[in-house]
Design a protein around this ligand. Structure first.
Ligand code: AGV
Ligand code: CA
Length: 311
């Protein structure tokens, strides 16, 4: 049976590749897509999403724009990535965009889509949780329609990936952009699977992976992976602030094939104020989440590359 998936993303290279891979999964019924302007600019991320659906999907989807705003903005250099993907010749061959923009903002589009879909839906979020928090405030009864939330975000390590003034570096960026939103979702009864930095640190973009995609570029989908991952810096000597990992792609792969990873239950809270804002902390009386803390790296790269070959 196919799983219903609603996908909210923030237009990074790995968010857009996630959309592409979801469209190749036989066991997924993608019910809706929305884009939040966190780690992207909204316009190119919307166009890129619609063109990816046109080029690699089967039709029947529209894409909703989020009007949410965060507390701590992403660096501009990173937000630019959506412009590069949107400009790829592969996505502009037809010269037209068929997939439409939804008539409602993302959080209302999600409520409407959950209600209109038979049975329950898994929410896949690869950016901040702002649209989900707003949807829960407006209509908490949507919880009944949610199978679970799979979120790329958070970490229980000392070291997060936020390197910003006035912060102590313990948070992951999707949690840091809107800490209150994460805390709001933590208050809900929704089951949460958290693909944390613990596992995503194990899947950096490396040169051997790029070489593999280059060798197999005769497959249009693998060429697309190679073109997209040419835009972002790989891990060569040591990890820097801009080093790229396959954060969201691992999260999406977990939805398609949970055998790739190991999961552990942790009780936790989200810090919303001060120098550690956005940090997720383990505490005995916190709310339970399932943390993806380990991944079979080779099996993951095989899985995503094989999916891309189906395009
Ligand atoms: O913290 C990881 C999240 C993921 O959803 N994003 C990128 C992924 O889409 C923020 C981010 C952290 N470090 C980055 C990020 C970097 N070096 N480049 C771009 N985005
Ligand atoms: Ca993202």
């Amino acid at each position: 049976m196919k799983k219903n998936i609603y996908f909210n993303h923030d237009g990074g290279v790995d968010d857009l590749i996630s959309l592409f891979l979801l469209l190749q999964m036989d066991n997924v019924n993608l019910t809706g897509v929305s884009v939040i302007p966190a780690d992207c600019y909204l316009e190119p991320a919307m166009f890129a999403s619609r063109k990816i659906i046109d080029r690699f999907g089967k039709g029947g989807l529209d894409v909703a724009e989020s009007n949410s705003r965060g507390k701590n903005p992403f660096p501009k250099d990173w937000r630019m990535h959506a412009f590069y993907v949107d400009a790829l010749p592969l996505l502009n061959e037809s010269g037209e965009v068929i997939t439409r923009v939804a008539d409602k903002p993302a959080h209302l589009h999600m409520i409407e889509t959950l209600r209109a879909t038979e049975g329950k839906t898994t929410l896949l979020f690869t950016g901040p949780l702002t649209d989900l928090a707003r949807a829960l405030d407006i209509d908490p009864t949507i919880e009944e329609k949610v199978e679970r939330l799979v979120w790329m975000g958070g970490t229980f390590r000392e070291e997060g990936n936020v390197h910003e003034p006035e912060h102590d570096g313990t948070a992951e960026w999707n949690a840091f952009w809107d800490p209150e939103a994460a805390a709001r979702v933590w208050e809900s009864g929704i089951e949460i699977d958290m693909v944390a930095l613990e596992s995503t640190n194990q899947v950096p973009l490396t040169l051997d992976v790029r070489d593999r995609w280059a060798k197999e570029r005769k497959h249009i989908g693998v060429d697309f992976l190679g073109q997209c991952y040419a835009m972002v810096p790989p891990l060569v000597h040591f990890s820097t602030n801009s080093t790229y990992y396959l954060w969201d792609v691992l999260t999406t792969a977990f939805v398609g094939n949970s055998d790739l990873v190991k999961v552990q239950k942790v009780n936790s809270i989200v810090i919303t104020e001060g120098a550690s804002q956005g940090r997720t902390v383990e505490t005995a009386d916190g709310r339970p989440v399932h943390v993806v803390y380990d991944v079979d790296r080779d099996a993951f790269f095989d899985y995503m590359t094989e999916l891309a070959k189906k395009a």
